[in-house]
Design a protein around this ligand. Structure first.
Ligand code: PLP
Length: 385
């Protein structure tokens, strides 16, 4: 019967990250610098709000788009912080993590044979969802350009089949973000070609020096941009599974149909926790960001000393150094690093072919763990080069 399942699945592999973890799971004493989630506990006031929601019997289905108070809080937050105006009544959907926002958006806009463009290297969560929706996926090589998608690169990649481009910034796996001017130039291209953009801004609260611009704030593209965000990274709430999307009313009403038949609504208790996070936890991401920033300084100092090349991350908690392969594939080099030195980094090819020759290092770890991991990495490089 296997040949009878959805053919779109035949082109989807289990993620490179999972394959890597399966490969290294038998090794003991490994310091892992691989994780893609904050290492801080969820703020206490947010946890208390979740408990209170249960006690108050907020344990039923909610409005399909999410409780109105939360949509209103999101609307106010993005207005104050990112100059975005979205009507909580009909332009915001609360989703099961940013992941579901991306999925239901793709399933709303993609038809069989459409093309979805992704910058490469890129978060591996998009390609399978685009393919499941029937799209063909093309990665745009950003490696020669400090891992930044530019208006020119995008322009050269658009074909008659292109329906959508997905742009995460700050980026997983590189931490690189885009400036206001760079985004404006990209907005001009998507406007001229009439394509959609899914702007994945899940790390927007974790930008270090520059201020984060949402591409949807350029009014000419508001109608074709779907902004994806959430509380997973900003408030260390990955397990609560709350994200949201912002889109024009005419599009939201269609995405809402997919969402409704998919999950009915996001988890009620988590929605109340997210409400507390967004309304009263504005400073939570700030304090975590200060720590990530210190760790970034520490990690870059250490990588400099090892003479590994990297692009300084503007945000998130990843860095993507070039790694000497010594004749190995990137995957083999990452496995060898685990076996020989007891330190795990995610092999860059998990983020498309354009990540070959790089490793993703996450600094969502205490300085103590970072130090042990980086000491081991340094020793490995000294011994193998
Ligand atoms: C760029 C990016 N988008 C989306 C997600 C998924 O977020 P969520 O856990 O809210 O579904 C991640 C998680 O690592 C991510 O790195």
């Amino acid at each position: 019967m296997e040949h009878k399942i959805n053919k779109n699945l035949s082109t989807i592999q289990i993620s490179g990250i999972r394959q890597f973890f399966n490969m290294i799971s038998d090794y003991d004493d490994v310091v892992s610098l691989t994780i893609g989630q904050p290492d801080f506990p969820t703020p206490a006031h947010v946890k208390a709000a979740a408990v209170k929601a249960i006690e108050n019997n907020h344990t039923t289905y909610t409005h399909n788009a999410g409780i109105f108070e939360l949509r209103k809080a999101i609307s106010e937050h993005v207005s104050q912080k990112y100059d975005l105006e979205y009507d909580p009544a009909n332009e915001i959907i609360v989703t099961v993590g940013a992941s579901q926002a991306i999925d239901i958006t793709l399933r709303t806009i993609i038809e069989q044979g459409d093309e979805v463009l992704l910058p490469g290297p890129v978060y591996p969560g998009y390609e399978p969802l685009a393919k499941l929706a029937g799209a063909k996926v093309t990665h745009i090589d950003t490696s020669a350009n400090h891992f930044k998608l530019t208006a020119d690169l995008l322009e050269q990649s658009i074909t008659k089949d292109t329906k959508c481009v997905i742009l995460p910034y700050p980026s997983n796996p590189t931490g690189v973000s885009l400036t206001n001017g760079e985004l404006e130039a990209i907005a001009e291209v998507i406007d001229r070609h009439g394509i959609f953009m899914i702007a994945d801004e899940i790390y927007s609260e974790l930008v270090y020096e520059q201020s984060h611009t949402s591409i949807a704030s350029f009014s000419k593209v508001r109608d074709q941009v779907i902004v994806v965000n959430g509380v997973s990274k900003s408030h260390s709430m990955t397990g609560f599974r709350i994200g949201y999307l912002l889109a024009p009313e005419w599009l939201t009403k269609h995405i809402l149909k997919v969402h409704q038949y998919n999950v009915s609504c996001a988890t009620s208790v988590s929605q109340y926790a997210a409400l507390e996070a967004i309304q009263n936890g504005k400073l939570d991401p700030e304090s975590m960001k200060e720590d990530y920033k210190k760790r970034r300084e520490y990690v870059t100092r250490r990588l400099d000393k090892m003479e590994l090349e990297y692009v300084i991350p503007d945000g998130a908690f990843y860095i993507f150094p070039k790694f000497p392969l010594n004749g190995k594939t990137t995957f083999e080099a990452a496995v060898d690093l685990v076996k020989t030195a007891g330190v795990a980094l995610v092999p860059g090819d998990a983020f498309s072919n354009y990540g070959e020759g790089y490793m993703r290092l996450s600094y969502a770890y205490s300085e103590k763990i970072l130090k042990i991991g980086l000491d081991r990495l340094e020793k490995y490089l000294q011994q193998t080069n």
